[in-house]
Design a protein around this ligand. Structure first.
Ligand code: CP
Ligand code: NVA
Length: 310
């Protein structure tokens, strides 16, 4: 008797792990799941399933959206952090992957280097989701693309301005640009530039601008993020000085298309990377972005655990 081939486990470690048809499916499911949630309709496809969430960095939105989302899908979520788990006492990440994946159905990890989550996933029997690493934040960009589509329809052919640090969010945006077929105008201060070695060599979907206002010219979405990401706090004072001029303010938004949206993954620092008039203004969709983490991740959890349901 021949043994059936073992189905490879699907992980979501970076945006490019999924194809356009997979994202189209997820977006369709997220719309449906959101509609049911708003109507208080029970949707319990993950009864008796367990999500383990491993946090090596702080979080509000990611923890809340995964924990509430898993509960709303009929399953359970367990929160672990470095301080309380054996990871904080040096247990190898490979061993943690082996053990956790024998006790649960899906795992979310927020950690430092991308290599850590890759080593974890390589030792996991169940799907692993990237809840943010130094290099990527794919769940947030999935929520952001979904939010754009909700407000403006297809993102294909549109232009997004990225103003600020070349951080994890930017690299996930660049992967999304390749998958969905949109363009990214990037402006970062000197010394904080994008590293082309970290972008797919075939990616022609971005243009670099020295002047942040020029990067906003005619775009459909302006987005930014903190100047100092988690793990880089010792650089904060130097960064504050280096990023002077890169604030997204009313003048920069005025260079964008009249119907342009503003996004920020949050948490934000008003008066640093974004002016209050923008983040609290009529073009801002930051609260929708935050809420949509819940809906897209519920679609993601459902897909990774159960596969396509149509
Ligand atoms: N945007 C985001 O990931 O927020 P948290 O750090 O609060 O999870
Ligand atoms: N770039 C930020 C995103 C926080 C959600 C960070 O990594 O800290």
């Amino acid at each position: 008797m021949t043994t059936p081939p073992i189905k490879p486990i699907k992980h979501f470690l970076q945006f490019s792990d999924f194809t356009l048809p997979e994202f189209e499916y997820l977006i369709e499911r997220a719309h449906l799941i959101k509609r049911r949630f708003k109507n208080y309709e029970l949707h319990h496809p993950l009864v008796d399933r367990t999500l383990v969430m491993v946090f090596e960095k702080n979080s509000t939105r990611t923890r809340l959206s995964f924990e509430a989302g898993m509960h709303q899908l009929g399953g359970a979520a367990i929160y672990l952090n470095t301080r309380d788990s054996q990871l904080g006492r040096g247990e190898p990440v490979e061993d943690a992957g082996q053990v956790m994946s024998r006790m649960c159905d899906v795992i979310m990890v927020r950690t430092f280097g991308q290599d850590i989550i890759e080593r974890f996933a390589a030792n996991s029997r169940v799907p692993v989701i990237n809840g943010l690493t130094n290099e990527h934040h794919p769940c947030q960009v999935l929520a952001d693309v979904f939010t754009f589509i909700e407000h403006r329809g297809s993102i294909a052919g549109k232009t997004v301005a990225w103003i600020g640090d070349a951080n994890n969010m930017l690299y996930s945006w660049l992967q999304a640009a390749e998958v969905f077929g949109f363009h990214v105008n990037i402006s970062t201060p000197k010394g904080y530039d994008i590293d082309p070695a970290r972008v797919d060599p075939g990616n022609r979907r971005y243009t670099v601008f020295d002047n942040p206002s020029d990067a906003c010219q005619g775009v459909h979405l302006v987005t930014t993020d903190v100047w100092t990401s988690m793990g880089f706090e010792t650089e904060n004072a130097v960064r504050l000085a280096a990023f002077d001029g890169w604030i997204v303010d009313g003048a920069k938004m005025a260079r964008a298309a009249p119907e342009a949206l503003f996004m920020h993954c949050l948490p934000a620092h008003r008066g640093e990377e974004v002016a209050a008039e923008v983040i609290d203004g009529p073009q801002s969709v930051v609260w929708d972005e935050a809420e949509n983490r819940l809906h897209v991740q519920k679609a993601l959890l459902e897909y990774l655990v159960l596969g396509r349901l149509d």
